[in-house]
Design a protein around this ligand. Structure first.
Ligand SMILES: [Zn+2]
Length: 149
């Protein structure tokens, strides 16, 4: 576990990365720019911004962009996430589930408001209690069954 001074450094590093990413948000429909950054076990930070689409269902939240960037670069576990919005908005339900896939109940979630300058800290277990998890991983045989072969 990290000590407090390291946690503060990580928090500031993540918030800075999330703020920077927020500048790249593509949010012409909602006008709600979001930046997020995740800190992984290896110490790497990955950031993302929300990317909207004219076909609204294709919009992806900043949190998921950051998580998918991390996983696609080889990260396996997320220890903390920072989210920056104008008003301290919280991760949506879909993003909480994605965070639960790669984090755990102790994963820290910081939510910062750019307008008010305040910051809230949560644990993922608070934001998504009793998260859905499959109890086992595919052995390959399941895929054959599911594939109808
Ligand atoms: Zn979301």
């Amino acid at each position: 576990m990290t000590d407090l001074s390291q946690a503060e450094n990580i928090r500031e590093k993540l918030l800075a990365a999330a703020r920077q990413a927020r500048h790249h948000a593509y949010a012409p429909y909602s006008g709600y720019a979001v930046g997020a950054a995740v800190w992984c076990d290896e110490g790497n930070v990955f950031a993302g911004a929300n990317v909207e689409n004219a076909s609204f269902g294709l919009t992806v939240c900043a949190e998921r962009v950051a998580v998918y960037r991390a996983i696609s670069e080889g990260a396996q576990h997320i220890r903390a996430v920072a989210v920056v919005t104008r008003d301290g908005g919280m991760p949506c339900g879909a993003c909480r589930q994605v965070l639960a896939e790669f984090g755990d109940e102790d994963t820290i979630v910081w939510c910062a408001s750019e307008e008010r300058g305040d910051l809230a800290e949560y644990r993922l277990g608070e934001l998504l209690p009793a998260a859905f998890h499959l109890t086992g991983r595919s052995t390959g045989e399941d895929e054959i069954i599911l594939g109808g072969v």
